[in-house]
Design a protein around this ligand. Structure first.
Ligand code: HEM
Length: 278
């Protein structure tokens, strides 16, 4: 969302109304913030008076600086980098924005018209976007990659091992793409669900153990060992009762906490041999 010159003026004018009641706005802001996300409270010290003052003074500087983004952007980037040291993550900015709008509305009353709200929302989004980008640049990549690794590990354990197929609705994007589909695998999350159901029917004791995970950006590569016993029809091969034990590698894409794409590569010659096909 871009900020128009008029929106900058609206925010600057309305901030003039906030200055005399700045401390009340800050009190409401922090109350609301900790109500929305109580896990944020421990990031702050016990004494909030000074913090309230610093926040409002900085907002004042930022609002005045809106007309000169060349100067403002590096100020925001340095502020964001300090925030990484306070334990702040980029996901926190949305909650802070919500608490700020709430506090302004609460204190400004009727003066907080829809036009004023929209202008503040646009300005906050601009500030937050710069700060979040700086946050990701210093702290994001590793954190996000680790989160994505844990996400895929939860998927493998919950869906593949515990056979909770209903988790697919939560974890997998509707328009999921398997770039290396199983024979007969249909599109999307539904196609994945049917394929995994087929796999569980054929190998009811399926177990995927994770041997290694490497992640970068939105990609997670998982090397795993698949074990189980062949107790049902699999790709047209009737149950043999044979034990299977083979390696696989899956290159997955996790975007916005959803499993979106996959490339599943498995030691198929070994699987076929263990199923008596070679
Ligand atoms: C528009 C965005 C924000 C502004 C203008 C802002 C402003 C400030 C200011 C001025 C300080 C004082 C220290 C310093 O200057 O480095 C501060 C500290 C802090 N802020 Fe922010 N902040 C913002 C976003 C956030 C977010 C998203 C969080 C997440 C919870 C957060 C949490 C904190 C914490 C934990 C401290 C340190 C408190 C302490 O030392 O006790 N801030 N902030």
């Amino acid at each position: 969302m871009s900020v128009t010159t008029q929106q900058k003026e609206v925010v600057q004018q309305s901030f003039a109304q906030v200055v005399p009641i700045a401390d009340q706005v800050a009190v409401h802001f922090y109350d609301r913030l900790f109500q929305l996300d109580p896990t944020l409270r421990p990031l702050f010290g016990a004494e909030m008076n000074e913090q309230r003052m610093k926040l409002m003074q900085t907002l004042n500087v930022l609002v005045k600086g809106l007309n000169n983004l060349t100067v403002l952007v590096p100020v925001l980037q340095r502020l964001a980098v300090r925030h990484v040291g306070y334990g702040v993550h980029s996901d926190h900015y949305a909650t802070v924005g919500e608490a700020l709008l709430w506090a302004l509305e609460h204190e400004m009353g009727d003066a907080f018209t829809p036009e004023v709200r929209e202008a503040w929302a646009a300005v906050y989004q601009l500030i937050a976007a710069v700060m979040m980008e700086a946050t990701e640049a210093v702290a994001g990549p590793d954190r996000r990659s680790n989160q994505n690794k844990r996400f895929m590990a939860r998927f493998i354990d919950g869906v593949m091992n515990q056979q909770k197929l209903e988790l697919i609705d939560r974890y997998v994007a509707d328009d999921f793409v398997e770039h290396v589909p199983f024979p007969g695998q249909g599109p999307g999350a539904q196609g994945l669900k049917e394929t995994i159901a087929h796999l569980h029917a054929a190998f009811p004791d399926t177990h995927w153990s994770i041997d290694e995970q490497v992640a970068e950006g939105e990609n997670v590569v998982t090397r795993f060992t698949w074990t189980g016993s062949h107790q049902g029809d699999f790709l047209g091969i009737p149950a043999t009762g044979n034990a299977i034990h083979l390696w696989g590698v899956v290159i997955d894409v996790v975007r916005h906490e959803k499993f979106c794409e996959s490339r599943l590569i498995m030691d198929m010659p070994t699987l076929m041999q263990q199923l008596g096909q070679a």
